[in-house]
Design a protein around this ligand. Structure first.
Ligand code: AMP
Ligand code: MN
Ligand code: MN
Ligand code: MN
Length: 280
C-alpha cells in the first residue's frame, strides 16, 4: 500500500468545491498516490478525474457515496471500483436524484412559508449550481443571499432539524441498496460509522447487517476521529471481519485541517480495503 491514499473525496459534481481536475491537482501536490472520487449519489466526475489522475501518475479508483437509510437514520455507503456502465447503479442514482430534486423544491417552499424568506429563489440558485443537488448548495445560496454568515450557520438557522427549512427525506433502504451496489463495484465501505447517532448496540447491529449484505469495510481512518472513536470502530471491524478504509471526506480547500490524503497505515489486525481493488 502506498503512503498517502484517499478513498473518500468530493468534487463539484456533488457538494465539493473543486472540479475533479482541480481536486486531482491538489491531491497530487500533497503526494497522494491512490485516489477515489466518491461524490454523493453520482459518478459524473469519474471520467474527468480518471484523465487527470493519468496525467499526474495517481492511481484512480472510480467511486460513489450513496445516500441510504437504516432504521430511519441516514447512512452513507461508499462503492469503490464502481462499474460506471452499470444499469442497476444508474437506476439507483436516478431514483436518488429525483428525490433530491423534489426535496430542494420542498425546502424552497418551506423557507418561503415558514421562514418568510425568498425560498423559491434560494432553491433555484442552489439547483443552478449543477451536479447532484444537496443541502450544501442551499446553504451556500443562503450565505450568498445574505441569510447566513457561513454554511454552518445556514444549517443551524435554516436547514437543520427543527429549523424552518427542515424537510425530512426518505432515502432508499440500506439493505435494499446493498445487493445492487455490491454487484456494481469492487468493495463497499460503510462511511464515517463514528458520526451516526446510534447507541453502541445499534451500531453493532448496523455493522452486522452491512456485513451480511456483502459489505466489505468500515472507514476507520478519517480526520476529526478521536482516538476513542478509532478504537471503537477498529474493534467493530475486527468483530465483523471487515476490512478498513481511509479517506478525508474532502469537500473544500478552505478547510485547512482536512486536505486530501491520509496515511495508509491502519490499526493492527485490520486488512486494508485496497487489497480488494487490485487491478480495478
Ligand atoms: P444532504 O443533501 O442532506 O445529503 O447534505 C449534503 C451535505 O451537507 C452533507 O454531505 C454534508 O456535507 C452537509 N451537511 C449535512 N447536514 C449538515 C449539518 N447539520 N451541518 C453542516 N453540514 C451539513
Ligand atoms: Mn457532502
Ligand atoms: Mn457522508
Ligand atoms: Mn462524503
Amino acid at each position: 500500500m502506498p503512503d498517502l491514499i484517499d478513498l473518500h473525496t468530493h468534487s463539484n459534481r456533488s457538494d465539493g468545491v473543486l472540479s475533479p481536475t482541480a481536486l486531482v491537482a491538489r491531491a497530487a501536490a500533497r503526494g497522494v498516490s491512490l485516489l477515489a472520487l466518491t461524490d454523493h449519489d453520482t459518478i459524473e466526475g469519474c471520467d474527468e478525474a480518471r484523465t487527470a489522475c493519468a496525467g499526474v501518475g495517481i492511481r484512480f479508483v472510480p467511486g460513489i457515496e450513496l445516500s441510504t437509510q437504516w432504521r430511519g437514520q441516514a447512512i452513507h455507503v461508499i462503492g469503490l471500483g464502481v462499474d460506471t456502465a452499470s444499469p442497476v447503479l444508474a437506476a439507483q442514482m436516478d431514483e436518488v436524484a429525483r428525490r433530491r430534486h423534489e426535496r430542494m423544491l420542498a425546502i424552497g417552499e418551506r423557507l418561503a412559508s415558514r421562514g418568510r424568506i425568498a425560498g423559491r429563489e434560494i432553491a433555484a440558485a442552489a439547483l443552478a449550481a449543477g451536479g447532484i443537488p444537496t443541502r450544501m448548495h442551499l446553504a451556500r445560496a443562503l450565505v450568498a443571499q445574505g441569510y447566513a454568515d457561513d454554511t454552518q450557520q445556514a444549517f443551524d438557522k435554516w436547514l437543520g432539524r427543527g429549523q424552518p427549512g427542515h424537510v425530512p427525506i426518505e432515502w432508499p433502504e440500506l439493505l435494499d441498496v446493498m445487493p445492487h451496489l455490491a454487484g456494481a463495484c469492487r468493495a463497499t465501505v460503510l462511511a464515517h460509522p463514528h458520526r451516526y447517532r446510534l447507541s453502541g448496540g445499534a451500531l453493532r447491529q448496523l455493522a452486522a447487517d452491512f456485513t451480511a449484505a456483502g459489505g466489505a469495510a468500515l472507514e476507520i481512518d478519517m480526520a476529526g476521529m478521536s482516538p476513542g472513536d478509532r478504537d471503537r470502530i477498529a474493534s467493530l471491524a475486527r468483530r465483523q471481519g471487515l476490512a478498513g478504509s481511509a479517506g478525508s471526506d474532502f469537500h473544500d480547500p478552505a478547510v485547512p485541517w482536512n486536505p486530501p490524503g491520509r496515511f495508509a497505515k491502519l490499526a493492527e489486525g485490520i486488512a486494508p480495503v485496497t487489497e480488494r481493488l487490485d487491478d480495478a
